[in-house]
Design a protein around this ligand. Structure first.
Ligand code: SDX
Length: 425
């Protein structure tokens, strides 16, 4: 353990130092205000741990991502998204019997209430699918009152199952509504990823033919996006949940935060950026614009990773597999992406700032090759991240030291002053 000591305003303060399984030591400042009448200032939480968690660990310098101790590249290679869902929720990989029961539970929660479909009719046809997702998922709390009591462990688990199971159905409906095509019901004999692809791409006019290579790629992409410590959207879910709000409302808050272009919206922006560059010969001009601070290199950089995002490596490999399968291996945007990565990884501006490709750099090209428009990219991210959000939410609710989140501030506004009547202003 140990302690950290410092002086402030003539007072000496000594605080306990906590150490986790891995990662930096943690100064426990919970008693700082009471003992020293001071608070800390860290607006982006760059040096602040908001909670204790056993779910995910990132070593940003080494480019390592672990889910319950298992490395992301091993899970992407050897596991399935539903098995990773079980691991994140329960803390251990399931036995064959446990997985069979879990998969059956999820399968039999994939349908949404028939009246739920009327929500979509209220949106304009050209509504961004993320706007639809934010509204539709929040509305789940209007349908599933029997699983909104956050203090009941059984209801917590049912709401987790419902969210994991229904997100593909709702996401596919958002896509179909955006496309102007009829909704497709889930099929219980299909796997999670296959069910989702069929609900997105099958049409009444012809039989839908599954493609095992694309199904495997979709499942792996879900694994890559499942959880990622206390990122902006997960912190949003935890803060919303700390007030006791129901899980559906908390996940809707997470979706809203994920939509931002600096977070989950980056995959859509990264593809738009590659399309705007267009050809390899325009890369130097674009890179100069980044250096002149006119815009960011989307899909690059990360708050925690100061090395290659391990997910980006798996995503790049998946990108090549999908493009080969659909016959688009000569996609000019892939050539631009690979050349842009090479240029950036050798340019001092990016090297000095430790800017590497993150999970979003290659995902846009891959998802477009799977048949999704850019507007759906963050929806797919939200679909996959739902298990991370709900696992972190459940961990927070079950943490005995959990309190409602209520940060302090540094006040720099006007000092106290008397009201001035309008005829004296
Ligand atoms: C995700 O947190 C998570 O875990 C998120 C996520 C998850 O799974 O939940 O991993 C998903 O959101 C991945 C990130 C997707 N976002 C993007 O690709 C958008 C582009 N990236 C940037 O917006 C940025 O890198 C952030 C927001 C991701 C990180 O921002 P930080 O923490 O402020 O970056 P930093 O402090 O490390 O920046 C250091 C320097 C700064 O320049 P200086 O002022 O020091 O000169 O690098 C610059 C930044 O301005 N910089 C960039 C840049 N990212 C940082 N310059 C150009 N292009 C970039 N992409």
């Amino acid at each position: 353990m140990g302690t950290a000591k410092f002086e402030i305003d003539g007072k000496s303060v000594e605080l306990p130092v906590l150490r986790g399984t891995d990662g930096p030591a943690v100064i426990d400042i919970r008693k700082l205000y009471a003992e020293a009448d001071v608070v800390t200032y860290d607006p982006g939480f760059t040096s602040t741990a908001s909670c204790e968690s056993k779910i995910t660990f990132i070593d940003g310098d080494a480019g390592i991502l672990l889910h319950r101790g298992y490395a992301i590249d091993e899970l992407a290679e050897q596991s399935s998204f539903l098995e990773v869902c079980y691991l994140l929720l329960h803390g251990e990989l399931p036995t064959a019997a446990e997985f069979e029961q879990f998969e059956k539970t999820i399968t039999y929660h994939t349908m949404v209430h028939e009246q739920f479909d009327r929500f979509f009719q209220g949106f304009r046809r050209d509504a961004h699918p993320m706007a639809i997702m934010t509204g539709a998922v929040g509305a789940m709390s209007a349908f599933y009152h029997d699983s909104t009591n956050v203090n009941d462990p059984q209801q917590r688990m049912i709401s987790a199952h419902r969210l994991i199971a229904k997100m593909p159905t709702i996401a596919a409906r958002a896509f179909k509504y955006f496309r102007g095509q009829p909704f497709v019901y889930p099929r219980n004999e299909l796997s999670y990823a296959e069910n989702f692809l069929r609900m997105c791409f099958s049409v009444p006019a012809e039989d839908w033919v599954p493609n095992p290579v694309l199904t495997r790629a979709m499942d792996r992409i879900f694994i890559l996006h499942a959880d990622h410590e206390q990122n902006a959207s997960t912190s949003t879910v935890r803060l919303a949940g700390s007030s006791g709000a129901n899980p559906f409302a908390c996940i809707a808050a997470g979706i809203a935060s994920l939509w931002g272009p600096k977070h989950g919206g980056a995959n859509e922006e990264a593809l738009n950026m590659l399309a705007e560059i267009g050809t390899v010969d325009r890369i130097p001009e674009f890179v100069q614009g980044v250096k002149d601070r006119r815009y960011l290199l989307m899909g690059f950089g990360h708050r925690v990773y100061k090395n290659y995002d391990p997910r980006a490596k798996v995503m790049q490999q998946t990108c090549h597999e999908v493009l080969a399968e659909v016959g688009a291996q000569n996609d000019p945007l892939l050539q631009v992406a690979m050349e842009l990565e090479k240029v950036a990884l050798n340019d001092p501006f990016f090297v000095e700032r430790k800017l590497y490709p993150n999970v979003d750099f290659y995902s846009g090209i891959t998802l477009r090759a799977l048949g999704f428009p850019a507007e759906m990219f963050t929806v797919l991210f939200a679909l996959a991240r739902t298990v991370g959000w709900i696992s972190q939410w459940k961990e927070m609710i079950e943490d005995p030291s959990q309190k409602i989140g209520r940060p302090r501030q540094i006040y720099t506004g006007a000092p106290a002053r008397s009201f001035v009547p309008v005829d004296k202003r």
